[in-house]
Design a protein around this ligand. Structure first.
Ligand code: SAH
Length: 341
């Protein structure tokens, strides 16, 4: 079995190369080609001797994340991609170009096992985790298409904290100063709320931005729509969020998908105040993207704005997430599901 090469730290590459008796500087050379020049083919590393390229390609491979479909928005510069992996599994990613910042939204798993009832990505369960090599290649595939990006949000298909080790390795690689050198601060990880892993992430020193898919201010409501809430109460989730802020000094975002008549009543506003008044958190209001399996309407703009104003009046910090590429906006996971059908 060939080992993947694009998920190795420089140190790991140096050790591997030393075992194969390559000169040490070769590791740095290859590492720069992979992470700065975004090469994913040994033949393209033309500053290596030909026989070394051949030898390397016998021992190593690049993870395969190949574009098979691209959807371009007609109203803004958003693009959605379907990528195929080596084992023919399909994932989705989104490229957004807004306010002079290029942001990509990437998948962390093939499918998902969290079972949130409003989410398309979880309807066929979890197939497998993405490897750290695939995560790196997912980003570089998008960058080869669109140039270097400024921000990464890990909000595509999958629960990143359910693929914890690979996500951590991936973040270490793309933030490495000697390689891609992306700032930790330009990465946002979104979780449905795996409490123990939030503590791990806080302790990891990765200092990325954390977004929590809160969506409901009452445990009884959250449990109805998000099975993970049966395991971790809001009280414990918010304790973990407080710990994250304390450790990283990064303000946590609470994502709140508005569902008319379900979580936008006066009682929800009161409860949000009880939970967060005086806390340094930010509430990010998101319109519901209807999916076939979840029979609720797309949230109207006026309704979201009204809810935002109501929260602000009560002293909570809330903003409305800008909808991007709404004409190609099959809710996250829907493109993949439709493609499979
Ligand atoms: N599993 C992670 C990250 C992927 S989901 C998480 O749960 O945070 C990214 C975001 O999209 C989450 O906030 C999720 O709740 C939200 N989401 C899922 N389905 C949605 C839908 N139909 N409409 C709007 N947002 C949705």
């Amino acid at each position: 079995m060939k080992e993947t090469i694009n998920d190795k730290t420089l140190k790991e590459l140096e050790d591997l190369f030393e075992k194969k008796s390559y000169k040490k500087f070769r590791a740095r050379q290859v590492y720069r080609q992979i992470h700065i020049n975004k090469v994913n083919d040994f033949d393209a590393i033309t500053d290596l001797p030909k026989d070394m390229r051949f030898d390397l390609s016998k021992d190593f491979k690049f993870a395969k994340v190949e574009k098979i479909k691209e959807y371009k928005s007609g109203i803004d510069r958003t693009k959605k991609y379907l990528f195929e992996l080596e084992d023919k599994n399909i994932i989705e990613a989104v490229f957004m170009d807004y306010n002079k910042r290029k942001t990509i939204c990437i998948s962390s798993q093939v499918g998902c096992r969290m079972g949130c009832s409003f989410c398309a990505s979880t309807k066929n369960g979890l197939k497998r985790n993405l490897t750290s090599a695939e995560l790196v290649e997912e980003v570089y595939s998008l960058e080869r298409e669109n140039g270097d990006i400024n921000n990464i949000v890990i909000m595509g298909i999958g629960e990143p904290l359910d693929n914890y080790n690979n996500i951590v390795k991936f973040i270490k690689i793309i933030t490495d100063e000697k390689g891609r050198n992306l700032s930790h601060r330009s990465i946002t990880l979104s979780t449905s709320g795996l409490v123990p892993r939030i503590y791990d992430l806080a302790d990891s020193k990765l200092d990325v931005n954390l977004a929590i898919s809160l969506h409901y201010a009452f445990d009884y409501k959250r449990r109805e729509y998000m099975p993970v809430a049966k395991k971790y109460s809001l009280e414990n989730l918010i304790k973990a969020s407080d710990y994250y802020l304390e450790k990283t000094k990064r303000r946590v975002s609470m994502e709140y998908v508005l569902i008319d008549g379900v979580n936008n009543t006066k009682e929800d506003i009161d409860q949000l105040c009880r939970l967060f008044k005086g806390k340094n958190i930010h509430i990010n209001l998101i319109p519901l993207n209807p999916i076939e399996e979840f029979k609720h309407e797309k949230t109207k703009k006026a309704l979201i704005n009204k809810f935002q104003v109501a929260l602000e009046k009560r002293g909570l910090n809330a903003t409305v997430r800008q909808a991007m590429g709404s004409d190609i906006n099959a809710a996250c996971g829907q493109l993949r599901n439709n493609y499979a059908r």
